[in-house]
Design a protein around this ligand. Sequence first.
Ligand code: MSP
Length: 509
Amino acid sequence: MTAYYLTTPIYYANDVPHIGHAYTTIAADALARFHRVRGDDVFLLTGTDEHGINIERIAAELGLTPTQQVDAVTAAFSALWAELDIEYDRFVRTTEPTHRRAVVALWQRLQASGDLYRGVYEGAYCPRCEAYYQPDELVGRDCPVHGLPCDNVAEENWFFRLSRYQDALERLVRETDFVQPTARRNEILGVIRQGLRDFSASRRLVRWGVPVPGAPDEVIYVWIDALANYLTGIGYPDDPKTFERFWPAKLHLVGKEIIRFHCLYWPALLLSAGLPLPQQVFAHGWLTKDGNKISKTTGNTVDPRALAAEFGADAVRYYLLRAIPFGQDGDFTRRAFVARYNADLANDFGNLVQRATTLAARHAHVPVAQGKPGAPEIALREAADQLSDRVTAAFESFALHEAASVVGHFVGEVNRYIDKTAPWTLARQGSFDRLGVVLDHTLEAARLAAWYYVPILPRAATDAHCRLAGARPLPGGGTFDPTRRHVVNVGPPLFPRLAQQVGDVTLAK
Ligand code: MSP
């Protein structure tokens, strides 16, 4: 079995999750589920980033201790993941003692490599990004990501020798497909070519963090702390067996605003620590509303729990994965959400499952596969046989929207197959041999669509598979076999059609 270790970023525990956080996690879960049905040894890691000056400040504003603050937010994140059917293997909290041990172990390796030295930092710091900025990176006096003023920081602390890894990082990014997609790789190459500067690796003014070994009045820079979660999650340093089974990670899935940390800092820290590098970082785009990034700072958030409560988790997953080309930005509107739900889920997939199961139940007396497949069946089989390659190619290239659309296209073909073969006419004419063939092909094709939809619509696709085949979807079920025995159950519509007006209400928090 191939190990497939993938991660989401760990989310700042400064506020409850919004739809942008759900986006990354849903994408990671779809990929993880795809690799699980393929038979890979999958490990999906997520968690919360609980240290840093921002959390300290927000807790103080709310009159809470940092611990009360992060406990409440972490509970909101895990509740959301349960509602969205996210099957993660481990949820790391950076306040866990095991994580602190991992951070200290990593720090000691950096020190042993001679990559930490004392220096003085003076300049801009964005507390929301927890990042230092050079004057030429600022927009006026503001942070380039948040558009808000940076703090001016002047302190002596530890520096990490990022500059030492300039050539190694350039080779890594230029010669391999470590950074995906291409636009992000070019962006990182541009940053490297400007010359990499060492960065502050500890903070004196921050209390809420992992203390620097031997210097209890300083904490380790929160991004070193946060990145180390990818090691903690699979047992570093206490469980070397699990760690060796899964490290290096196959994929770090991140949003495009944090590539500098994942594509430069992280590989440099690992090189310094003498640990193997992850295979790939894929950066997706932003969910926007009216063209602006959805974020707490902008105040235009959308609550994914409310959306899932109203339309179901599958509908939320489907919209995010299908409507936005993965890697690009995409605007989120309720009207588009409802339109897609109705077109693809209610009218196409839901309808197919309903038609196939109802037809089969109505003609349950028809003998199995007595007649011979004709031209429509041969065409259907061809489409079914191509499904596996197409879905696999889409997932392997992180074209998650494509994976969803390939299955959706097949659903359309099966619906057209039913229209063309008109089983109701065959029944009226008493052509039972032919009807048997059509029913078997219909059920099997619908089952196959459900099987391939599982990573995207886990709940509805599993339900559909059970209704069409009398069994849950299992690894190995991705081949088309109309001689399969189908034990059919008719159920209520999987995706009841929504009135279009539901889409007119604006999306408020
Ligand atoms: N804590 C850091 C990550 C540390 S990883 C070692 C952090 N946290 S965050 O809470 O700000 O959110 C991180 C991720 O949430 C982004 O990288 C992105 O994946 C996701 N998103 C947050 N807002 C988003 C959108 N509006 N659209 C899409 N994804 C967004 O950064």
